[in-house]
Design a protein around this ligand. Structure first.
Ligand code: ADP
Length: 476
């Protein structure tokens, strides 16, 4: 430990004067209160002794701390006691500050969300990952106001009481499925107990597990029927229809359709699984929704293009989204409108931009007065967000009200509209999952005899908004 001897230095006159001053004041006080000379002398000696011992211990303790951690400690021991005491205290405080700064920086750099709670339930530390995960400000103070999960709050108070480390799995469904593992551990600092929560995102692992299981279950179930059909036709062609040229051509045509359906099923199932796997990771790219829709329309055969009413404006309509995925939304909705609207029905495509949530919903599904309407998926409320809406309307037979809630369920097909039309029943499910990943909304509005409209609305990047464009125009 330290070789410091605070009393080996030269007399410290200011300290001695202070001690004598305190002795004098103590004598006066004790005599004034007790009028007793013996008590006065005893009180004065006691006060003086404790002052001296306190002063000596304080200097020694601080110097010991500094000397034990700092190679400069030995050099310091040759200085005067008071100087050493003050400098030691300063250096000790600066060491503590450095340690705190280091710990803060390390926690801030941790990629997993980390939260530190004190015994009064206050959040005394969070890193950027935690602030992003729980959309909170650095100034948020109550732990229970940030994490409103009774089992987690209970686990934290349990760890406070017992000091034993715990791990807990938590699942969230809104805005998208998310699986997390929380490790909760207690630690002591400054004679106080704190609890540290570290959160590990396990969504990807859980989703890929679920994806594999779903894919196998769906593929084997859905492929069984067309496969059985193909096997049946092969057997007929090898047996009774061996020499029947007309039957052979007809059967080959049906087998071709079945094989086509199987290949579409596999590709739709694969896209659905891929999107579900990434659903918890919102896209960050910027894409021009109008250009994406335009490209899809132009890729259609000319007879279909003629049925489409769509005119993209000159300005880009930016959304926060992946180009390929927003094109898939447009392709699936336009394909359905052309298919289920019937050969005579025109398809109208309307894009509206920079709408708040209320206006986006209104423009998406409040166009036809007598229609039934339903949101199939909605984003979390965020007042600062603005949305771009794509509405695809057909003038087909419409969909009866009771079917609306089940649209976008995988493999759900409405018999009245889907009979005789090829399809996998996965198109709207794919649209819904892409929209969820983009933190947007999907709604349907339909009136029998009038038509059906599916709309999606996706968040727009405010930094590319019309306000900025105007400002830039003025500046230019
Ligand atoms: P698919 O078209 O492959 O069957 P979807 O998921 O795209 O699968 O659509 C599910 C069902 O919803 C369709 O089978 C059809 O019954 C109904 N549907 C979708 N779009 C329309 C539309 N525009 N008009 C009428 N019915 C529709």
């Amino acid at each position: 430990m330290s070789e410091t001897t605070p009393n080996s230095s030269a007399p410290n006159w200011p300290a001695i004067a202070a001690v004598l001053g305190v002795l004098f004041v103590t004598c006066a006080l004790v005599y004034g209160l007790t009028q007793n000379a013996t008590l006065t002398v005893a009180g004065a000696i006691g006060a003086g002794m404790s002052l001296l011992i306190g002063w000596w211990l304080g200097a020694d303790a601080t110097n010991s701390l500094v000397a034990s951690q700092n190679p400069m400690g030995q050099h310091m021991s040759r200085k005067s006691a008071v100087e050493e005491g003050e400098q030691g205290r300063d250096e000790a405080a600066s060491l503590v500050r450095d340690a705190v700064r280091f710990a803060r920086a390390a926690i801030e750099a941790t990629p997993n969300p980390v939260l530190i709670v004190d015994s009064a339930g206050r959040l005394v530390g969070t890193n950027q990952a935690a602030r992003d995960r729980f959309s909170m400000d650095a100034g948020q103070v109550r732990f229970s106001a940030v994490i409103r999960r009774p089992n987690l709050v209970d686990a934290v108070s349990d760890v406070f009481k017992t000091g034993a480390t715990r791990t807990l799995s938590i699942e969230s469904r809104v805005p998208v499925d998310r699986y997390e593992r929380v490790s909760i551990a207690a630690f002591e600092a400054d004679e106080e107990r704190f609890v540290l929560l570290s959160i590990q995102d396990e969504t990807e692992a859980r989703m890929s597990e679920r994806m594999r299981a779903d894919f196998l279950a769906n593929a084997s179930h859905e492929l069984r029927t067309p496969l059985a059909g193909i096997i049946g036709f092969i057997e007929t062609l090898r047996g009774p229809a061996r020499d029947d040229a007309v039957a052979r051509d007809r059967f080959l045509e049906i087998m071709h359709l079945q094989a086509d359906r199987m290949s579409r099923l596999i590709s739709d199932l694969l896209s659905l699984s891929r999107i579900e796997l990434n659903e918890h990771v919102a896209p960050t790219a910027r894409s021009d929704f109008a250009a994406a829709v335009q490209e899809i329309v132009e890729s259609l055969p000319p007879d279909k293009q003629q049925r489409i009413q769509f005119k993209a404006g000159d300005d880009p309509l930016w959304v926060i989204g992946d180009w390929d995925e927003i094109q898939q939304i447009a392709a699936n909705l336009i394909d359905n409108a052309l298919k289920y609207g019937g050969p005579q029905s025109d398809v109208r495509i309307i894009l509206s931009a920079w709408l708040d949530r209320e206006s986006a919903l209104k423009s998406a599904m409040r166009e036809w007065e007598g229609a039934s309407r339903l949101p199939l998926t909605s984003p979390e409320v965020d007042r600062d967000r603005l949305y771009c809406t794509l509405r695809v309307e057909d003038a087909g037979p419409g969909i009866a009200r009771q079917h609306l809630p089940r649209l976008s369920e995988r493999f759900y097909r409405v018999e009245e509209t889907a009979t005789g039309k090829s399809g996998t029943g996965l198109g709207l499910a794919i649209v819904k999952h892409i929209v969820n990943r983009h933190r947007g909304g999907l709604v349907v509005e339909s009136e029998q005899g009038r038509g059906t409209a599916f709309s999606v609305y996706l968040p727009q990047p405010l930094e590319l908004g019309p306000v900025r464009t105007m400002a830039e125009t003025q500046a230019g």
